[in-house]
Design a protein around this ligand. Sequence first.
Ligand SMILES: C[S@@+](CC[C@H](N)C(=O)[O-])C[C@H]1O[C@@H](n2cnc3c(N)ncnc32)[C@H](O)[C@@H]1O
Length: 293
Amino acid sequence: MDRGLRSLVDVVIAQTGLHYYDDKPEMLARLMETRIHACGCDTAEAYGRLLDHDAQGAEWRALESLITIRETFFFRDAAQFEALEHVILPRLLRERAAARTLRIWSAGCSNGAEPYSLAILVRRLLDSGLVADAARWTVDILGTDLSQFALSEARGHVFRPWSLRGLTREQISRWFERVPGEQLWRLRDRFADMVRFEHGNLLDVIHPCPKGPTFDLILCRNVLIYFTPARVADIVEGLASRLAPSGWLMLGHAEAGVAADRLAVERFAGAQAYRLGPVVACAGPRAVRAAIV
Ligand SMILES: C[S@@+](CC[C@H](N)C(=O)[O-])C[C@H]1O[C@@H](n2cnc3c(N)ncnc32)[C@H](O)[C@@H]1O
Protein backbone atom coordinates (compact mmCIF):
# COMPACT_ATOMS: atom_id res chain seq x y z
CA MET A 1 0.00 0.00 0.00
CA ASP A 2 1.44 3.43 -0.86
CA ARG A 3 2.27 5.87 1.92
CA GLY A 4 -0.47 8.34 0.98
CA LEU A 5 -3.18 5.70 1.21
CA ARG A 6 -1.73 4.29 4.44
CA SER A 7 -1.81 7.67 6.18
CA LEU A 8 -5.36 8.29 4.94
CA VAL A 9 -6.38 4.92 6.40
CA ASP A 10 -5.08 6.15 9.78
CA VAL A 11 -7.02 9.41 9.48
CA VAL A 12 -10.24 7.54 8.71
CA ILE A 13 -9.75 5.14 11.64
CA ALA A 14 -9.12 8.07 14.01
CA GLN A 15 -12.16 9.98 12.73
CA THR A 16 -14.60 7.07 12.97
CA GLY A 17 -13.13 5.19 15.93
CA LEU A 18 -13.23 1.99 13.85
CA HIS A 19 -10.04 0.45 15.26
CA TYR A 20 -11.43 -2.86 14.10
CA TYR A 21 -9.44 -2.03 10.94
CA ASP A 22 -6.14 -1.56 12.84
CA ASP A 23 -4.99 -5.08 12.03
CA LYS A 24 -6.59 -5.16 8.58
CA PRO A 25 -5.62 -1.83 6.97
CA GLU A 26 -5.65 -3.42 3.48
CA MET A 27 -9.34 -4.20 3.88
CA LEU A 28 -10.13 -0.57 4.72
CA ALA A 29 -7.81 0.65 1.94
CA ARG A 30 -9.69 -1.48 -0.62
CA LEU A 31 -13.02 -0.02 0.50
CA MET A 32 -11.57 3.49 0.37
CA GLU A 33 -10.25 2.89 -3.14
CA THR A 34 -13.80 2.43 -4.38
CA ARG A 35 -14.64 5.94 -3.05
CA ILE A 36 -11.37 7.35 -4.45
CA HIS A 37 -12.35 6.10 -7.92
CA ALA A 38 -16.02 7.07 -7.54
CA CYS A 39 -14.91 10.64 -6.78
CA GLY A 40 -12.61 10.71 -9.81
CA CYS A 41 -9.49 11.23 -7.68
CA ASP A 42 -6.15 10.10 -9.14
CA THR A 43 -4.41 9.63 -5.82
CA ALA A 44 -5.10 9.06 -2.14
CA GLU A 45 -3.70 12.55 -1.48
CA ALA A 46 -6.29 14.08 -3.82
CA TYR A 47 -9.04 12.16 -2.04
CA GLY A 48 -7.62 13.30 1.32
CA ARG A 49 -7.88 16.93 0.15
CA LEU A 50 -11.46 16.29 -0.95
CA LEU A 51 -12.28 14.96 2.54
CA ASP A 52 -10.53 17.96 4.13
CA HIS A 53 -12.73 20.36 2.18
CA ASP A 54 -15.93 18.31 2.50
CA ALA A 55 -17.84 21.15 4.17
CA GLN A 56 -21.26 19.49 3.85
CA GLY A 57 -19.85 16.16 4.99
CA ALA A 58 -21.36 14.35 1.98
CA GLU A 59 -18.22 12.39 1.10
CA TRP A 60 -17.54 11.53 4.74
CA ARG A 61 -21.11 10.18 4.97
CA ALA A 62 -20.61 8.07 1.82
CA LEU A 63 -17.32 6.69 3.16
CA GLU A 64 -18.75 5.97 6.63
CA SER A 65 -21.66 4.09 5.07
CA LEU A 66 -19.21 1.95 3.11
CA ILE A 67 -16.89 0.99 5.97
CA THR A 68 -19.34 0.34 8.83
CA ILE A 69 -20.62 -3.15 9.63
CA ARG A 70 -24.37 -2.94 9.99
CA GLU A 71 -25.37 -6.45 11.05
CA THR A 72 -28.54 -6.34 13.14
CA PHE A 73 -31.96 -7.95 13.52
CA PHE A 74 -35.15 -7.52 15.52
CA PHE A 75 -34.92 -8.58 19.18
CA ARG A 76 -31.24 -9.47 18.78
CA ASP A 77 -30.07 -11.17 21.96
CA ALA A 78 -33.34 -12.45 23.34
CA ALA A 79 -32.14 -12.52 26.97
CA GLN A 80 -31.51 -8.78 26.92
CA PHE A 81 -34.95 -8.10 25.49
CA GLU A 82 -36.49 -10.39 28.14
CA ALA A 83 -34.83 -8.22 30.81
CA LEU A 84 -36.01 -5.07 29.07
CA GLU A 85 -39.59 -6.29 28.73
CA HIS A 86 -40.03 -7.85 32.16
CA VAL A 87 -37.86 -5.71 34.45
CA ILE A 88 -36.23 -2.60 33.04
CA LEU A 89 -39.03 -1.02 31.01
CA PRO A 90 -41.81 -1.81 33.54
CA ARG A 91 -39.69 -0.27 36.32
CA LEU A 92 -38.94 2.80 34.22
CA LEU A 93 -42.58 3.26 33.27
CA ARG A 94 -43.66 3.09 36.91
CA GLU A 95 -40.87 5.46 38.03
CA ARG A 96 -41.71 7.97 35.29
CA ALA A 97 -45.49 7.77 35.81
CA ALA A 98 -45.74 11.29 37.27
CA ALA A 99 -43.98 12.92 34.31
CA ARG A 100 -45.46 10.46 31.76
CA THR A 101 -42.31 10.82 29.67
CA LEU A 102 -39.81 8.19 28.57
CA ARG A 103 -36.65 8.95 26.60
CA ILE A 104 -34.69 6.12 24.98
CA TRP A 105 -31.55 6.21 22.83
CA SER A 106 -30.30 3.44 20.59
CA ALA A 107 -26.69 4.48 19.84
CA GLY A 108 -25.38 2.65 16.77
CA CYS A 109 -28.88 1.66 15.66
CA SER A 110 -28.03 0.40 12.15
CA ASN A 111 -31.21 -0.13 10.07
CA GLY A 112 -33.46 0.56 13.06
CA ALA A 113 -34.23 -3.03 14.08
CA GLU A 114 -33.02 -2.29 17.63
CA PRO A 115 -34.96 0.94 18.37
CA TYR A 116 -38.03 -0.47 16.60
CA SER A 117 -37.84 -3.58 18.81
CA LEU A 118 -37.89 -1.22 21.79
CA ALA A 119 -40.88 0.64 20.32
CA ILE A 120 -42.78 -2.65 20.02
CA LEU A 121 -42.04 -3.45 23.68
CA VAL A 122 -42.95 0.01 24.97
CA ARG A 123 -46.19 0.05 22.97
CA ARG A 124 -47.11 -3.40 24.31
CA LEU A 125 -46.41 -2.33 27.92
CA LEU A 126 -48.36 0.91 27.55
CA ASP A 127 -51.30 -0.98 26.02
CA SER A 128 -51.19 -3.57 28.84
CA GLY A 129 -52.53 -1.13 31.43
CA LEU A 130 -49.29 -1.18 33.44
CA VAL A 131 -49.51 2.60 33.83
CA ALA A 132 -52.47 4.96 33.83
CA ASP A 133 -53.23 7.39 31.00
CA ALA A 134 -51.12 5.51 28.45
CA ALA A 135 -52.43 7.74 25.67
CA ARG A 136 -50.99 10.80 27.39
CA TRP A 137 -47.42 9.51 27.60
CA THR A 138 -44.64 11.07 25.55
CA VAL A 139 -42.28 8.35 24.38
CA ASP A 140 -39.23 9.58 22.50
CA ILE A 141 -37.05 6.86 20.98
CA LEU A 142 -33.96 8.15 19.19
CA GLY A 143 -31.77 6.04 16.91
CA THR A 144 -28.35 7.36 15.89
CA ASP A 145 -25.72 5.89 13.64
CA LEU A 146 -22.58 6.83 11.73
CA SER A 147 -23.92 5.28 8.54
CA GLN A 148 -26.23 7.51 6.54
CA PHE A 149 -27.14 4.46 4.46
CA ALA A 150 -28.30 2.59 7.58
CA LEU A 151 -30.29 5.64 8.68
CA SER A 152 -32.10 5.95 5.37
CA GLU A 153 -33.02 2.25 5.58
CA ALA A 154 -34.19 2.82 9.16
CA ARG A 155 -36.38 5.77 8.20
CA GLY A 156 -37.99 3.68 5.44
CA HIS A 157 -38.85 0.93 7.99
CA VAL A 158 -39.02 -1.78 5.31
CA PHE A 159 -37.10 -4.97 6.12
CA ARG A 160 -35.79 -8.07 4.40
CA PRO A 161 -36.41 -11.50 6.01
CA TRP A 162 -32.82 -11.47 7.35
CA SER A 163 -33.72 -8.67 9.78
CA LEU A 164 -36.78 -10.62 10.99
CA ARG A 165 -35.06 -13.97 11.40
CA GLY A 166 -35.65 -14.25 15.15
CA LEU A 167 -39.39 -13.60 14.92
CA THR A 168 -42.27 -16.05 14.76
CA ARG A 169 -44.78 -15.88 11.89
CA GLU A 170 -47.36 -14.63 14.31
CA GLN A 171 -45.11 -11.77 15.47
CA ILE A 172 -44.30 -10.84 11.89
CA SER A 173 -47.94 -10.60 10.90
CA ARG A 174 -48.80 -8.65 14.07
CA TRP A 175 -46.00 -6.07 13.73
CA PHE A 176 -45.40 -5.88 9.97
CA GLU A 177 -47.31 -5.78 6.71
CA ARG A 178 -46.01 -7.54 3.61
CA VAL A 179 -44.97 -5.28 0.74
CA PRO A 180 -47.14 -6.58 -2.14
CA GLY A 181 -45.22 -8.77 -4.58
CA GLU A 182 -41.94 -8.46 -2.63
CA GLN A 183 -40.00 -10.43 -0.04
CA LEU A 184 -40.11 -7.32 2.14
CA TRP A 185 -41.95 -6.43 5.31
CA ARG A 186 -42.96 -2.94 6.39
CA LEU A 187 -43.09 -2.21 10.11
CA ARG A 188 -46.55 -0.93 10.99
CA ASP A 189 -46.77 2.83 11.43
CA ARG A 190 -47.93 2.67 15.04
CA PHE A 191 -44.44 1.39 15.96
CA ALA A 192 -42.43 3.20 13.28
CA ASP A 193 -43.90 6.56 14.32
CA MET A 194 -42.44 6.17 17.83
CA VAL A 195 -38.83 6.34 16.59
CA ARG A 196 -36.79 9.17 15.06
CA PHE A 197 -33.30 8.96 13.60
CA GLU A 198 -30.27 11.25 13.53
CA HIS A 199 -26.75 10.97 12.22
CA GLY A 200 -24.27 10.73 15.09
CA ASN A 201 -20.68 9.66 15.73
CA LEU A 202 -20.27 7.86 19.05
CA LEU A 203 -16.88 9.54 19.48
CA ASP A 204 -18.82 12.77 20.05
CA VAL A 205 -20.20 11.46 23.36
CA ILE A 206 -16.71 11.46 24.84
CA HIS A 207 -17.23 15.01 26.12
CA PRO A 208 -19.35 14.40 29.23
CA CYS A 209 -22.23 16.34 30.71
CA PRO A 210 -23.59 18.31 27.77
CA LYS A 211 -26.45 20.73 28.20
CA GLY A 212 -28.42 18.39 25.94
CA PRO A 213 -31.11 15.92 26.94
CA THR A 214 -30.62 12.90 29.15
CA PHE A 215 -32.07 9.45 28.57
CA ASP A 216 -33.91 6.97 30.77
CA LEU A 217 -32.49 4.07 28.80
CA ILE A 218 -29.51 3.89 26.45
CA LEU A 219 -28.72 0.85 24.33
CA CYS A 220 -25.27 0.78 22.78
CA ARG A 221 -24.87 -2.80 21.64
CA ASN A 222 -22.43 -4.47 19.29
CA VAL A 223 -20.74 -1.19 18.41
CA LEU A 224 -18.01 -0.89 21.03
CA ILE A 225 -16.41 -4.10 19.74
CA TYR A 226 -14.95 -1.97 16.91
CA PHE A 227 -13.20 0.51 19.25
CA THR A 228 -10.01 0.36 21.35
CA PRO A 229 -10.39 -0.35 25.09
CA ALA A 230 -9.38 3.25 25.91
CA ARG A 231 -12.02 4.63 23.54
CA VAL A 232 -14.62 2.22 24.95
CA ALA A 233 -13.94 3.49 28.48
CA ASP A 234 -14.32 7.11 27.32
CA ILE A 235 -17.52 6.37 25.42
CA VAL A 236 -19.05 4.51 28.36
CA GLU A 237 -18.26 7.51 30.59
CA GLY A 238 -19.87 9.78 28.01
CA LEU A 239 -22.97 7.61 27.79
CA ALA A 240 -23.20 7.48 31.60
CA SER A 241 -23.16 11.28 31.71
CA ARG A 242 -26.20 11.29 29.42
CA LEU A 243 -28.31 9.03 31.65
CA ALA A 244 -31.22 10.53 33.56
CA PRO A 245 -31.38 9.80 37.31
CA SER A 246 -31.87 6.04 37.80
CA GLY A 247 -31.52 5.57 34.03
CA TRP A 248 -30.19 2.36 32.49
CA LEU A 249 -27.37 1.57 30.09
CA MET A 250 -27.27 -1.71 28.19
CA LEU A 251 -24.22 -2.77 26.20
CA GLY A 252 -23.81 -5.70 23.84
CA HIS A 253 -23.44 -9.19 25.23
CA ALA A 254 -19.77 -9.35 24.22
CA GLU A 255 -19.16 -5.84 25.58
CA ALA A 256 -20.67 -6.36 29.03
CA GLY A 257 -18.12 -5.87 31.79
CA VAL A 258 -16.45 -2.75 30.45
CA ALA A 259 -18.70 -0.51 32.51
CA ALA A 260 -18.55 -2.55 35.70
CA ASP A 261 -16.22 -0.19 37.56
CA ARG A 262 -18.10 2.93 36.51
CA LEU A 263 -21.73 2.03 37.05
CA ALA A 264 -23.76 -0.24 39.27
CA VAL A 265 -24.40 -3.51 37.47
CA GLU A 266 -27.67 -5.40 37.69
CA ARG A 267 -27.76 -9.00 36.46
CA PHE A 268 -30.65 -10.83 34.85
CA ALA A 269 -30.95 -14.31 33.36
CA GLY A 270 -28.39 -14.21 30.53
CA ALA A 271 -28.08 -10.42 30.51
CA GLN A 272 -26.90 -7.45 32.49
CA ALA A 273 -27.43 -3.71 32.53
CA TYR A 274 -25.90 -0.72 34.28
CA ARG A 275 -27.55 1.90 36.36
CA LEU A 276 -26.71 5.25 37.89
CA GLY A 277 -27.57 5.89 41.51
CA PRO A 278 -30.89 7.74 41.87
CA VAL A 279 -29.33 11.09 42.81
CA VAL A 280 -26.71 11.34 40.06
CA ALA A 281 -28.22 13.36 37.24
CA CYS A 282 -25.48 14.48 34.91
CA ALA A 283 -22.10 14.32 36.54
CA GLY A 284 -18.61 14.11 35.11
CA PRO A 285 -16.88 10.72 35.16
CA ARG A 286 -15.24 11.15 38.57
CA ALA A 287 -18.46 12.25 40.23
CA VAL A 288 -20.38 9.35 38.68
CA ARG A 289 -17.83 6.89 40.03
CA ALA A 290 -17.80 8.52 43.44
CA ALA A 291 -21.58 8.39 43.73
CA ILE A 292 -21.67 4.67 43.04
CA VAL A 293 -18.67 3.42 44.96
C1 LIG B 1 -23.10 -4.31 14.19
S1 LIG B 1 -24.17 -2.93 14.11
C2 LIG B 1 -25.09 -3.09 15.62
C3 LIG B 1 -26.50 -2.61 15.47
C4 LIG B 1 -27.38 -2.78 16.71
N1 LIG B 1 -26.93 -1.94 17.79
C5 LIG B 1 -27.41 -4.22 17.15
O1 LIG B 1 -26.86 -4.56 18.18
O2 LIG B 1 -28.01 -5.03 16.44
C6 LIG B 1 -23.02 -1.60 14.50
C7 LIG B 1 -23.55 -0.25 14.10
O3 LIG B 1 -22.72 0.74 14.69
C8 LIG B 1 -22.53 1.78 13.77
N2 LIG B 1 -21.29 2.51 14.10
C9 LIG B 1 -20.01 2.13 13.91
N3 LIG B 1 -19.16 3.08 14.31
C10 LIG B 1 -19.92 4.09 14.79
C11 LIG B 1 -19.63 5.36 15.35
N4 LIG B 1 -18.37 5.79 15.49
N5 LIG B 1 -20.66 6.14 15.72
C12 LIG B 1 -21.95 5.72 15.57
N6 LIG B 1 -22.29 4.54 15.04
C13 LIG B 1 -21.29 3.73 14.65
C14 LIG B 1 -22.47 1.07 12.42
O4 LIG B 1 -22.77 1.94 11.35
C15 LIG B 1 -23.50 -0.02 12.59
O5 LIG B 1 -24.76 0.36 12.11
